[in-house]
Design a protein around this ligand. Sequence first.
Ligand code: GTQ
Length: 354
Amino acid sequence: MAVAAAEKTKNPSSKHNIEAMREAFYERIAKKDMAPLWKVMRSMVTKEPVSRCQPHVWHFDDVKSLVMESGGLITAEEAERRVLILENPALHGESRVTNSLFAGIQMIMPGEVAPAHRHAASAIRFVLDGEGAYTAVEGEKAFMAPGDFVITANWAPHDHGNPSNKPMLWLDVLDVPAVNFFEASFAEHFDDAMQKTTRQDGDSLNFYGSGVLPDGTPAMNRTPIINYTYARTRPIIARMAQAGDIDKRHGARVRYANPVTGGPVLPTMSANLALLPKGFKGEPYRSTDGTIFVCAEGKGTTTVDGKVLEWGPQDVFVVPPWKRYSHQAEKESVLFSISDRPAQQALGIWREGK
Ligand code: GTQ
């Protein structure tokens, strides 16, 4: 029987016959929950990254007015987190901005509290608007101002509050889609909406960001710093730019680091802050980590795979994995960016190129 089938394959007149035999075979093995690899090999093991996501920009004017409107519809308490998800236009309904990352705009109104909880996913915040609201993480209150970069590590209890008299808005990025890919999500709520603070407000940056460490600090795979303030980081990139330390693709750029290990702030996500001098025309770059950018200051464009994204203050934009992009700055600009690069590096699959 096997010999006969092999002979028929060689004979073009029986091509129809072998196709029919194959189809019948596929149907039979499907009933046993099996499938032929050779039918999907090329689309499964692709030569280069294939991304479903699209480059896209969310302009802050639109975002702010819609988020403010949501403030009239639901309280932070009721919503648990009052967040409008930034959905990649190609991934509507999937609650994600790239395949691996969630992004959303959270608002907290004067006097509101977003109650304490914790979850397996890690989160970061990048503050867009307002001043004087806080995130309490693991017993430390981090009061926030625009440009601050705040870390909520995996399983760290956190709540948000706003004792100021202005609404506060920030960008949330979480690795939820990656955690859910592994089907490893856990979450817990606490009886008290606000956790007890056991440390000085903003203590961790003073403590761990000063060049000394508490003797015997254990190396952890995530940073002990809760808030990397804009007030501390912004002058550093200004000095880099002044000294001419300007990357041809990224501008004068720093990487937010875990001061204990020098590694990324979280095992799953890492972030950068870059100053692009006025008139900067970046060289093209691409990498396998789809990246979310925020314009903290300035005005410019980023060309992604031929598509021009225009950005100004507080706009958020996304560049899909392995799409070639270059930045152009009309004014002196500051770009914050975040991606899943450390997760890919841990797996040995991260690549960059021109
Ligand atoms: O602030 O804890 O945007 O749990 C999504 C899920 C924010 C948060 C989000 C969350 C949070």
